[in-house]
Design a protein around this ligand. Sequence first.
Ligand SMILES: [Ca+2]
Ligand SMILES: [Ca+2]
Length: 192
Amino acid sequence: MVAKRQHNPSGNNDYATAIATDGKYLYVGGEDSSKASWLDLFTNSQWLLAKIDPTDLSILKTFTYNPSGGSDKIYSVGINPTDGTIWIVGSVDESNIDIFRSGCIGLLDQSLTLIGTKSIGALPNPQIVFDESSYAYVTSPPSGVYGGGLVKVSPDLRIVKTNGDVKADKIAYGEGYLYLAVSAYKMVYIGM
Ligand SMILES: [Ca+2]
Ligand SMILES: [Ca+2]
């Protein structure tokens, strides 16, 4: 290992769950529990994105977003190849009941100023990829007893197409095709 940098925003559990680069900086996304307290049983976490200098791993800037009073986290970070905007996708867990979690996109400029957000419905574990026209594709595997799917989003944050039949854990794009990695799920019925 050449270098290491730790960032510990709270005394509770914090997670780094996503990383991307625009060729100049690193962007690491995750979950920051600094908003949580014993009053809400440590469930009020928020999205955290850190902009990092790759030469010394120093943290240049951080961005937090707390869309609900529940557990919220970034699952994936993508860089728009055309304009360099930073797209963070993650979960919103208003109820703290797993099956009701939803997904959201946050769109930021390179100084980590929030340009806009877009709810993507029941896609709580979203992963993002771009095509060469800078359209984003966001997919999520099934969660709980429902959820998951695929949405195509325009560079100005409009949902242009949805496909509820495609539910994937990870996604890649190349030469006009989307490539999806999917786990096999098995429903477990207790007491039946
Ligand atoms: Ca911590
Ligand atoms: Ca929260």
